[in-house]
Design a protein around this ligand. Structure first.
Ligand code: LLP
Length: 463
């Protein structure tokens, strides 16, 4: 987090609280989130996008709760003027419990249940993002039964896939999300007449059905092109495609759909090798693309929304671990030389941070509880799970004096670490605490062994 520093004793201080007291008070492993850092990032995104699109269009920033959601974080987002994006009934329940105004909540998911859709309609949330024709039909039926008009966005797949520096534009969609802009079959493609390049595509069919449906209020189009994206080009291409479709809708139906959601995916720095763009740069590039595409399509600039998750909460979070067993090995270096590597095992691992195992993600780490002096040794921070792939930080130089019970801090773990956490090897899930102005507050309690094992119907507490 931006507010991290070391105190005169060399202890890392997060949100005004030093990590030695945090670990003493809350135990380890521990997820720590800087409230001020989260809020500052939320404000920075909101401001950057508002300024880039002003005066023609307003921008709603939806915090993508899948990155990390708790009632407190939902409330922080709302207090900073953000909306909250949810991806299941459970996330929706948390956002509502956090006091987020229902009209400022969105619901995603490629396979929403009728119960989830019903819950969204009952709460009166601001938008349901329909992912398929099947779902559109069920939303219509459930809304009709409830006697309401469901506010709907359609999730489209513009054929742009982006991650970090690259984006790939493809004509064909081979993934589970959303409605394709290209005709589903050769026969459908044959119906591409009258100069409408979208005719016969699932996206076009969905737009027409949604416009015709009595209990659906079609708000606009949505796309999400990927995650951990550094360069704006992919967003620009996707925006232009969707605006092309908005223009076609106007031409054929005389209607201008008011909204365009460009999804999340804004990248962050996990290690020094990562250099993400500032929100202003992305916002300005996007605003330029949206303006020119809208002019070309002959429509007014739609109201824009974005859904950052990682970029808001990732850098705000740090995981604290305690060092346990260490071992030194000799390995072959890149130039054939012999290198020493130290394995530093910590008291968590892939159950609290699955991203290394899932995505080959890399992190950095620092010795956090004391002065960092003297010689350093190439180290690999590993967990305590029974898998060799259980690596938290692949390569990091740690002091040779690193010893049992030292505290290790792994930055940039605020996003998708708690959300992806598991009980693998029957480890209990860590607590999440927020730090701010010298005080810490538990957001999510540490799971107890009794809670975890109590799900086993044969388990006797205390047995
Ligand atoms: N909107 C939609 C529709 C999404 O599917 C996602 C992420 C987001 C927004 C937020 O994306 P963000 O800004 O956080 O990149 N577990 C993976 C990331 C999966 C992202 C899934 N969708 C990871 O740990 O890298």
């Amino acid at each position: 987090p931006a507010d991290a520093h070391r105190d005169p004793e060399g202890r890392l201080v997060l949100g005004g609280v030093d990590v030695v007291s945090l670990a003493a008070q809350h135990g380890t492993p521990l997820y720590v989130i800087s409230e001020a850092d989260f809020r500052a990032r939320a404000r920075a995104f909101r401001r950057a996008f508002a300024e880039a699109f002003a005066p023609e269009a307003e921008v709603d920033v939806f915090y993508a709760g899948k990155a990390f959601l708790s009632t407190h974080v939902a409330r922080w987002a709302a207090e900073e003027g953000l909306c909250v994006d949810t991806a299941s009934g459970g996330e929706l329940a948390l956002a509502l419990a956090g006091g987020v105004e229902p009209s400022r909540i969105g619901l995603h998911g490629n396979n929403k249940s009728d119960a989830e859709i019903g819950r969204a309609l009952e709460a009166g949330i601001g938008r349901i993002i329909a992912d398929s024709l099947d779902e559109l039909e069920r939303i219509e039926q459930l809304a009709a039964a409830a006697g309401v008009a469901a506010p709907v966005m359609l999730r489209l797949t513009p054929g742009v896939h982006a991650s970090t520096h690259e984006y790939i534009a493809t004509a064909h969609e081979d993934q589970k999300f959303g409605l394709s802009l290209t005709p589903a079959s050769i026969e459908d493609a044959g119906r591409t007449t009258g100069g409408n390049p979208f005719a016969g595509s699932p996206a076009w069919t969905a737009v027409e059905r949604a416009l015709a449906a009595e209990h659906i209020e079609l708000r606009g189009l949505h796309c999400h092109i990927g995650s951990q994206i550094f360069e704006p080009e992919g967003f620009e291409v996707a925006a232009a495609k969707l605006i092309g479709l908005l223009g076609q809708v106007r031409e054929v139906h005389g209607t201008e759909l008011p909204e365009l959601d460009l999804g999340g995916g804004h990248g962050i720095a996990y290690t020094e090798a990562d250099a993400p763009r500032q929100p202003q740069e992305i916002a300005q590039a996007l605003a330029g693309a949206v303006r020119s595409a809208s002019a070309k399509a002959g429509i007014a600039i739609p109201r824009i929304s974005i859904e950052p998750g990682r970029a808001l909460v990732g850098p705000a979070g740090v995981t604290l671990y305690r060092v346990g067993v260490q071992k030194d090995v000799q390995v072959d270096g890149p130039a054939g030389e012999t290198l020493s590597r130290r394995y530093v095992a910590v008291d968590g691992g892939m159950s609290d941070n699955a991203r290394g195992v899932l995505y080959d993600a890399d992190y950095s780490a620092v010795l956090a509880g004391r002065q960092v002096t003297g010689e350093h040794v190439l180290s690999r921070i590993v967990g305590k799970h029974c898998e060799s792939g259980d690596i938290v930080v692949r390569d990091v130089y740690l002091p040779t004096t690193t010893a049992r019970d030292d505290l290790i801090a792994v930055p940039a773990t605020g996003a998708y670490c708690h959300s992806l956490s598991s009980n693998y090897n029957c480890l209990t899930r860590p607590a999440v605490v927020a730090v701010k102005d010298g005080a810490s507050q538990v957001l999510i309690r540490r799971e107890t062994e009794e809670q975890m094992l109590g799900r086993d119907t044969g388990y006797l507490p205390g047995g």
